[in-house]
Design a protein around this ligand. Structure first.
Ligand code: F6P
Length: 341
């Protein structure tokens, strides 16, 4: 059996660990043959491939990014896209596709699966917002990077008596903001799930300054002010219809300065959170996802995705990953509020 592998969507530390595990176990224990598709769904769409065998995956375990490349190409928005994928799978004699991706990539995999393409999914996203799995790899790395940044920003903020707003990733959900904010001792955490009142944020800032400490605000890029409290700039849209975010941190710092009279700076962590070597946890999770995904292929369990439940890796229907987003429950956010202000 010949297996095609692709990585789609935003890259994520741990992707290479999945590819390595899939190929190593696939070749040595299941006798499978592989081909790599380049740049997400663009690979099977355009017929862009790379050889994928045991030598090709040597030494990639600690490397960030993906040796296969990635893109946000959506074949369902391209005329004749699905037919072209079918033709290329036949041309390269690929029997099954392993799609490693988030909501969008696995959404495409789910639809292709419904159209008869043999697919197995592996969940990834630094945002940790995929339903049906307790954690996605990449999240732990992003949280560690953000926490280290917050630690560093505390000391420089204290020296200059400034407020610092740290903008982290999280388009729809505030998992990175919540976990790094708690770990880094932030004084305010703002997440997309709970629209914020800018005046309440300023009260927390003022109270922190009164105790002679400099406040750190951690804001998820998708956080929004409560209706009518603060105007927001809008951005461009990608192939899946997502707005390109990244602006709330600067806007909020401006509001804080104007309303409190205290100096406020914004730091946008951006793609630093997605780059570089994965943490040990992410390497462990990504490796186990890869091992279980290739077992699903060997069992011909099409249309499933591997997922973490507690410490076990299970198989769930692909559609479970994409039907609802895993948002931060209100009670988990409320728990953090004891540290606000
Ligand atoms: O979906 C993962 C993610 O990291 C989001 O948190 C963020 O909004 C987005 O990717 C950024 O994507 P891009 O690299 O395309 O700007």
């Amino acid at each position: 059996m010949r297996v095609g592998v692709l990585t789609g969507g935003g890259d994520c530390p741990g992707l290479n660990a999945v590819i390595r595990a899939v190929v190593r176990k696939g070749v040595t224990q299941h006798g499978l043959d592989f081909v790599g598709f380049r740049n997400g769904w663009r690979g099977p769409l355009e017929g862009e491939t790379v050889p994928l065998d045991v030598p090709a995956v040597r030494g990639i375990l600690p490397r960030g990014g993906t040796i296969l490349g990635s893109s946000r190409t959506n074949p369902f928005t391209i005329e004749g896209g699905v037919e072209r994928i079918r033709e290329n799978l036949a041309k390269f004699e690929v029997d099954v596709l392993i799609a490693i991706g988030g909501e969008d990539t696995l959404g495409v995999a789910t639809k292709l699966g419904e159209l008869g393409v043999q697919v197995v999914g592996v969940p990834k996203t630094i945002d940790n917002d995929l339903n049906a799995t307790d954690y996605t790899f990449g999240f732990d790395t992003a949280v560690n990077i953000a926490t280290e940044a917050i630690d560093r920003l505390h000391t420089t903020a204290e020296s200059h008596h400034r407020a610092v707003v740290v903008e982290v990733m999280g388009r729809h959900t505030g998992w990175i903001a919540l976990h790094s904010g708690l770990a880094g001792g932030a004084n305010v955490i703002l997440i997309p799930e709970v629209p914020f009142d800018v005046e309440q944020v300023c009260d927390w800032i003022r109270s922190r300054f009164r105790t002679n400490y400099s406040p750190i605000v951690v804001v998820a890029e998708g956080a929004v002010p409560a209706a009518g409290t603060m105007a927001l700039a809008s951005g461009e849209v990608d192939a899946f219809g997502h707005v390109r975010l990244g602006g709330i941190g600067n806007q909020l710092a401006g509001e804080i300065e104007t309303r409190t009279g205290e100096e406020a700076r914004a730091v946008v962590l951006g793609h630093i959170q997605r780059g570089g070597t994965p943490t040990a946890f992410d390497r462990w999770l990504a490796t186990r996802f890869g091992l279980h995904a290739i077992d699903a292929v060997a069992d011909q369990a099409w249309g499933v995705m591997v997922a973490l439940r507690g410490t076990e890796i299970v198989r769930v229907p692909l559609a479970d990953a994409t039907t609802t987003l895993k948002t931060v429950p209100l009670e988990k956010y409320e728990e953090a509020k004891v540290f606000f202000g």
